[in-house]
Design a protein around this ligand. Structure first.
Ligand code: SAM
Ligand code: SF4
Length: 332
């Protein structure tokens, strides 16, 4: 397909235009202004370009993870982070109330697990129900799930499940050896089959090629139903991890991937997630223009730093952008 046809197919968001690495690469290689002109147009056609959805992330169980994700400070294979027990419901609820007061509409709870154990499920269900009662959308990111576990969490009312494919299938073994790329896709299928919205994206800056980054988006866009939420992380080099000293990503290349994610998944929320503390205001502004429309608020992610509410509200104010309001009223 000619470049203009590929771009028009993307603009139509046509279902039959299954993506290939070549067709996606053609868009990626467009002159920067043309690429952003196209992605901003698609963004405007699907979202209010001056609105950003705010989420808050909480680590409900830290460290000691048996998986060996090369970027992750919570892996037991990395040096340093002590493992904690699963947080108590009351503590999760008080943190969620604070997040709601700060304008978050979605509350994301992450646990450093390969996958939740049966003994953990009741506590997770209680957290989903509790946070939902506040009128917040709920998201969990707990590692791999069985079909039964996905059904259990769906029955509890879980709105989103985060499970990032992280990179291309080719590069995946360079990042993680304790599970496979298809293990990841299997959990995404269980989550989708259970009727939970899918949050899946990945990380730039782990030593992958541009084609790896594009191929990650091709995998996501070609899923039977693309994820409703696509987090694009900029690697935060964590001391004690295998990726602590990887060369940083060219900001222009990062923004190109944001634009490409927008073109390839027009109706998905493209999320500017980890790594914003290393991004200038101008870089973030270009990411929003390219089609990013969701961020994490607060000064910490799971273990890494985040810009914090003051810097974020200052930037959004200067850009004339507002936070998406809550749809579900819920208790105050
Ligand atoms: N344990 C869960 C799992 O592996 O799916 C949740 C892990 S964490 C909340 C979710 C995502 O954050 C990871 O899949 C990864 O994409 C991203 N992440 C973790 N550490 C990161 C880092 N140092 N830099 C950038 N992104 C990171
Ligand atoms: Fe474990 Fe998740 Fe960290 Fe991987 S990203 S080591 S699965 S906590």
């Amino acid at each position: 397909m000619l470049k203009t046809e590929v771009a028009m197919a993307a603009e139509r968001g046509s279902a039959e235009s299954r993506w290939t690495l070549d067709s996606a690469r053609e868009l990626y290689d467009l002159p920067f202004n043309d690429l952003l002109y196209r992605s901003h147009g698609i963004h405007r056609a699907n979202f209010d370009p001056n609105e950003v959805q705010l989420s808050k992330l909480l680590n409900i169980k830290t460290g000691g993870c048996p998986e060996d994700c090369g970027y992750c400070s919570q892996s037991a294979h990395a040096s340093g982070l002590a493992a904690s027990k699963l947080m108590k419901l009351d503590d999760v609820m008080s943190e969620a109330r604070k997040a709601k007061e700060s304008g978050a509409t979605r509350y994301c709870m992450g646990a450093a697990w390969r996958s939740p154990k049966a003994r953990d499920e009741a506590a997770i269900v209680a957290m989903v129900k509790g946070v939902k009662s506040l009128g917040l959308e709920t998201c969990m990111t707990l590692g791999m799930l069985s079909p039964e576990q996905a059904e259990t969490f769906a029955d509890a009312g879980l709105d989103y499940y985060n499970h990032n494919v992280d990179t291309s299938e080719r590069f995946y073994p360079e990042v993680i050896t304790t599970r496979s790329f298809s293990d990841r896709l299997e959990t995404l299928a269980h989550v989708r089959d259970a009727g939970i919205k899918v949050c899946s994206g990945g990380i730039l800056g782990m030593g992958e090629t541009v084609d790896d980054r594009i191929d990650m988006l091709v995998t996501l866009a070609n899923l039977p139903e693309p994820p409703e939420s696509v987090p694009i992380n900029l690697l935060i080099p964590m001391p004690g991890t295998r990726m602590a000293n990887v060369d940083p990503v060219d900001p222009i290349e990062f923004i190109r991937i944001i634009a490409l994610a927008r073109l390839m998944m027009p109706a998905s929320s493209v999320r500017l997630t980890a790594g914003r503390t290393a991004m200038s205001d101008e870089m973030q502004a270009l990411c929003f223009f390219a089609g990013a429309n969701s961020i994490f608020i607060g000064d910490t992610l799971l273990t890494a730093a985040n810009p914090g509410n003051d810097r974020d509200s200052n930037l959004l104010a200067r850009l004339g952008m507002t936070a998406t309001s809550l749809e579900i009223p819920g208790e105050c």
